[in-house]
Design a protein around this ligand. Structure first.
Ligand code: NDP
Ligand code: 13P
Length: 331
């Protein structure tokens, strides 16, 4: 198949390699000429994924939007979530009417509170059955090193989920399928907020008990929001939920974990942003999660505490204190 990846960041590039390894012809689209030339002429993305010495022969790149998506069977979107709407707008009308569009993004649009499935479908005027979300424990550097990994592809049309899954199946990368698009979107977006909190606790010097508490209570918060939004609770126990929490909250390769860890060590939000190695989606998504909880009538103690960290600059002790409400409640 011919597959286009919009956005040659760390994950877009690593996923492009998966698609090429699976036997597809892969066209990367990026705004920056340096990245386009690097991939096209030198088989490298030294800016966003320097750990890969040589990208596959089946991968090339362009900065031209029409050329990028012409004849594409599948279009993958891998752009920082807050920029997705603006970046996708010019592609409206260019993407072939038969193409399935799949999002790798894990965030909620801060200005509208919308999930990426909503943003992508709205911006590209895409019917539900032609949108897929891909989410799971997929730290880009590990996938780029071809470490065995699994993911989940969600689409309301299970045949299109299978189509996308087949396109990214390799000897080291294994996709599962589901129709729970809302669940998959919320798993990917909400776990980043939890990773910020776990990273912060770790950075402040706390150990396994504290991390396990935040992860488990965070999972309960994620699941409650998901179920209220119409998702299947089972999705949150799977690869995209618990699986991604384990990967993201346990690895310094995660930008969200590292961002939190730097806050825990005493950096300000501005300082942590400056040293972040790529987008930490949990940062702009945190307030969107609090707003989503309010809209759905679901308490969000963890996201609210993290929003006080990011907005008011409270420290780790105070953030953890906010998680301990005054009442004894049932788990
Ligand atoms: N890295 C990972 O391990 C994983 C990441 N994800 C998710 O995938 C998404 C992308 O992440 P990742 O690739 O790692 O992030 P990076 O920070 O490495 O890259 C962000 C990408 O967004 C692009 N971008 C930002 N603003 C604009 C804009 N205005 N117009 C066009 N493009 C823009 C960047 O382009 P440019 O380079 O030109 O600035 C770049 O391609 C995120 O939502 C992330 O949560 C999901 C799973 C794993
Ligand atoms: O989503 C990820 C792993 O599944 C990557 O996490 P970060 O965006 O925090 O690096």
């Amino acid at each position: 198949m011919k597959i286009t990846v919009l956005g040659a960041g760390a994950w877009g590039t690593a996923f492009g390699q998966v698609l090429a390894d699976a036997g597809n012809d892969v066209m990367m689209w990026a705004i920056e000429p340096e990245i386009v030339e690097g991939i096209r002429d030198h088989r490298r993305n030294a800016v966003r994924l320097p750990s890969v010495e040589r990208l596959p022969e089946r991968m090339t790149a362009t900065g031209d939007r029409a050329e990028a998506v012409a004849g594409a069977d599948i279009v993958i979107v891998s752009i920082a979530a807050q920029a997705a709407r603006v970046a996708l707008e010019p592609f409206r009308g260019l993407i072939p009417e038969t193409a399935v569009v799949a999002s790798l993004m894990k965030g909620i649009e801060r200005t509208t509170g919308k999930r990426m499935d909503e943003v992508v479908r709205e911006t590209l005027d895409l019917p539900e059955a032609r949108f897929a979300a891909i989410s799971g424990p997929n730290l880009s550097k590990e996938v780029a090193a071809r470490n065995p990994s699994a993911t989940v592809v969600a689409c309301s049309d299970i045949m299109n989920a299978r189509l996308v899954a087949r396109a990214c199946t390799t000897h080291y990368f294994r996709p599962f399928v589901t129709t729970d698009v809302v669940g998959l979107e919320l798993c990917g977006s909400l776990k980043n907020v939890i990773a910020l909190a776990v990273g912060m606790a770790r950075g402040a010097g706390y150990g396994e008990n504290t991390a396990a508490m935040i992860e488990t209570r965070g999972l309960a918060e994620m699941t409650a929001i998901g179920v209220a939004a119409g998702a299947d609770a089972k999705t949150f126990c799977g690869l995209a939920g618990v699986g991604d929490l384990i990967a993201t909250c346990g690895s310094p390769l995660s930008r969200n974990y590292t961002f939190g860890s730097n806050l825990g060590k005493g950096m300000s939000v501005e300082e942590a942003t400056k040293v972040s190695n790529g987008v930490a989606e949990g940062v702009p998504t945190t307030d969107a999660v609090v707003a989503l909880g309010e809209r759905l009538g679901v308490p969000t103690p963890l996201a609210t505490a993290m929003s006080h960290v990011l907005g008011r600059g409270i420290g780790c002790g105070e953030m953890l204190g906010e998680l301990f409400g005054p009442d004894i409640t049932e788990e």
